[in-house]
Design a protein around this ligand. Structure first.
Ligand code: MD3
Ligand code: FE
Length: 216
């Protein structure tokens, strides 16, 4: 058996509960990997990764882009969703069908039937990049779940509670993992520990995470 195929990846196929309505589907994106990477390259070509500035004036260590009808942005005025990419002045690139299809299937498997995302935030982490504890609350409808896909170097996901000060649990997220959360867990604080050095055969020295959302 070729262990190289597995050493960057968790055991595929398992469903790991993080909360009442939060799950990791281990390896849930691996079957669609070539299509996902091809679609990502198209998104990135139309709307490149960039480091946005927080309302506090600091550039984020994570670079981001978006696709779909709505894209998440941060600047000195705050966090919000926009229809236009402020870098290109054009609409965000369309949501690839393979993204929407994977999101709907994963959401249904986690108990959220009929999920139709209209926004996809793509985050790129290089070694040292991190995401401090935050809530995702710029979306209109907290009744819809969020689906996330992790690719590349593994990361440690911090899953907190409903107060910023609640001590977070830690879950590793590996290449190909899909996470789904909604309902009672939709507004929990969460973050990503500083990415460790590493190399992934398909993605090199980076981690890409994309989150599918209903923003509008
Ligand atoms: C939140 N992204 O873009 S997604 C974000 O890996 C963001 O880039 C992180 O937080 C990333 O806003 C994490 C994974 C995730 C998984 C389960 C959750 C986020 C969650 C459960 C509850 C709340
Ligand atoms: Fe988040």
């Amino acid at each position: 058996m070729n262990l190289e195929l597995f050493e960057h990846t968790g055991p595929a196929g398992g469903v790991e509960p993080m909360g009442k309505q939060a799950f990791i589907l281990r390896g849930g994106a691996l079957a669609e990997l070539p299509q996902l990477l091809h679609a990502l390259a198209g998104v990135e070509a139309a709307s490149p990764f960039r480091h946005m500035v927080t309302p506090g004036g600091r550039p984020m260590s994570v670079a981001l882009t978006n696709c779909g009808e709505w894209g998440w942005v941060s600047d000195s005025r705050g966090y919000r969703y926009t229809r236009l990419d402020p870098m290109t002045g054009r609409t965000w690139p369309p949501m690839p069908d393979v993204f929407a299809r994977l999101a709907a299937h994963a959401a249904a498997a986690a108990g959220f039937a009929g999920f139709v995302p209209d926004a996809c935030l793509v985050n790129r982490y290089l070694p040292g990049s991190r995401l401090t504890l935050h809530q995702d609350r710029n979306e209109q409808d907290f009744g819809a779940p969020i689906v996330s896909v992790s690719l590349g170097i593994p990361a440690v996901f911090l899953f907190g509670g409903h107060q910023r000060g609640d001590r977070p649990a830690r879950f590793p997220l590996f290449h190909g993992d899909v996470a789904v959360w909604g309902g009672a867990d939709r507004l929990r604080y969460h973050g990503i520990m500083p990415l460790r050095d590493g190399h992934h055969p398909a993605l090199g020295a980076q981690r890409i995470n994309f989150t599918l959302r209903k923003a509008g």
